[in-house]
Design a protein around this ligand. Structure first.
Ligand SMILES: Nc1ncnc2c1ncn2[C@@H]1O[C@H](COP(=O)(O)OP(=O)(O)OP(=O)(O)O)[C@@H](O)[C@H]1O
Ligand SMILES: [Mg+2]
Length: 279
């Protein structure tokens, strides 16, 4: 179990002064990220159906669920790109839809997000892609930006490829560049949407190592959404399972992987036999 003291978590420079009292979780603590009884439908299709989860701070949580169960929709809610039909998304104890657009924007800067395909700008090389959030959101001088960008690109093993464009590098390199870019603003929260998709098992394993190394080094609350049980087993401190629009299990990874519960077992073993069906 990795738990890291986060010295800069108390740094609320970027946080707007919002009057609302911080929300408290079931365990009596304020959490970095909380989803409270969230409902979301697209047309008549209910994707989130009373979903609740208090993410454990300064740990790596993996959320697993079958395709189309709303994992990406959950990430978009957390980062404030989608608004719930009902329920609350609390970031640092604040309901992000009960504050101004400006305040929501400031909170968003505390997230690093690695989208499924890396979401790099095709017209920029890896250096400029990585520098982009610093140029957009800070007034740092170019030499300071260069120092941060090169440090991050070295950490992900891309210092030799800084001048390359996204279409000139492999899928794994694009993901690592996306990861470097997600970290340049020293985020308190990092979200990964299927970081392992499209990678071979060796590269998946290397990317998992990198996620764990970066977490050990920088701390923060990490959320990894994946289908891949092996990745989940490797990186998770905590595991959440989504089924039919709800979180049906959330707890320590060691316990989840050792669970006797037939539902949790089938889920984490990826078995076709068991209580889970195709519906
Ligand atoms: N903006 C949208 N408009 C309409 N329907 C949407 C929208 N976003 C998501 N959906 C629907 O919501 C459901 C959940 O989508 P989501 O992308 O969150 O699934 P997922 O769990 O991430 O799946 P996968 O594992 O395949 O990535 C899907 O049926 C999808 O078609
Ligand atoms: Mg998805």
């Amino acid at each position: 179990m990795t738990q890291h003291a986060r010295t800069d978590l108390a740094d609320t420079d970027l946080l707007p002064a919002v009057g609302a009292a911080p929300a408290v979780g079931d365990d009596g603590a304020v959490h970095t990220m909380q989803v409270r009884d969230v409902y979301k439908s697209f047309g008549s299709f209910a994707v989130m159906n009373g979903m609740s989860i208090d993410f454990t701070d300064n740990a790596i949580t993996t959320v697993l669920g079958p395709s189309g169960t709303g994992k990406s929709v959950l990430l978009k809610h957390l980062v404030g790109l989608l608004e719930p039909d009902a329920g609350e998304i609390l970031i640092f104890g604040r309901d992000i839809w009960d504050i101004s657009e400006n305040e929501r924007y400031e909170i968003r800067k505390r997230f690093g997000v690695l989208f499924q395909d890396g979401a790099l700008f095709g017209s920029m090389n890896l250096y400029d892609n990585t520098a982009f959030p610093l140029r957009k959101h800070t007034d740092k001088a170019e030499d300071e930006i260069e120092h941060i960008v090169m440090t991050r690109l070295k950490e992900v093993g891309l210092e030799q490829a800084v001048g390359k464009f996204p279409n000139e590098v492999s899928g794994g390199m694009r993901k690592r560049a996306g990861f470097a870019r997600a970290l340049v603003l020293n985020p308190d929260i990092v979200l990964f949407d299927e970081p392992d998709s499209g990678l071979d098992p060796v590269r998946t394993s290397l990317l998992c190592d990198l996620i764990m190394e970066m977490h050990a080094q920088h701390g923060g609350t990490y959320l990894v959404v994946t289908h891949d049980i092996r990745s989940a087993r490797k990186v998770s401190d905590y595991v959440g399972l989504i089924w039919h629009g709800k979180v049906v299990h959330y707890g320590e990874a060691d316990e989840a992987f050792a669970s006797d519960d037939p539902f949790v077992r089938q889920f984490l073993a990826g078995d076709s036999a068991g209580p889970l069906g195709m519906d």
